[in-house]
Design a protein around this ligand. Structure first.
Ligand SMILES: [Fe+2]
Length: 135
């Protein structure tokens, strides 16, 4: 099992595509660590990355949408906020309880859903809008 970037995920804006590629790389790294029995150790690194990443990436993506008066801005942004909430919740849990296998599994599930439901669908919809020659 591995996670790889594919060109169909491109939204046609290099900076954003590169951010998505970086997230997939980090996700793949977690999966590989899990296979090697080192998921718990890797989770802390991923959480530190995500904290900074979601801030920068979502800001950039939302600014792009505002710049192009993207009609789905509000619903798209709501998904970002929900994802940030999920990340924060997991971070709190691991800080309070210590990292255990179920946190790693939950993080894997969360990232997989994000890839399948947001990056593959909601972000590519934004890409289609931008490619269609938006204002
Ligand atoms: Fe997005």
């Amino acid at each position: 099992m591995g996670i790889q970037w594919r060109d169909s995920l491109s939204i046609g804006v290099e900076a954003i595509d590169n951010q998505h590629k970086e997230l997939l790389l980090r996700f793949d790294r977690l999966l590989n660590a899990c296979q090697a029995g080192q998921g718990i150790g890797e989770l802390g690194k991923l959480q530190a990355f995500l904290e900074e990443y979601v801030h920068t990436h979502f800001n950039d993506e939302e600014a792009l949408q505002r710049k192009h008066s993207y009609p789905d801005y509000e619903t798209h942004r709501a998904e970002h906020l929900y994802f940030v909430e999920q990340i924060n919740k997991l971070k709190r849990e691991t800080q309070q309880e210590g990292v255990s296998t179920h946190h790693v599994v939950e993080t894997n599930n969360m990232l997989l859903k994000w890839l399948l439901n947001h990056i593959s669908k909601v972000d590519t919809k934004l890409g289609a809008f931008l490619k269609s020659g938006s204002p």
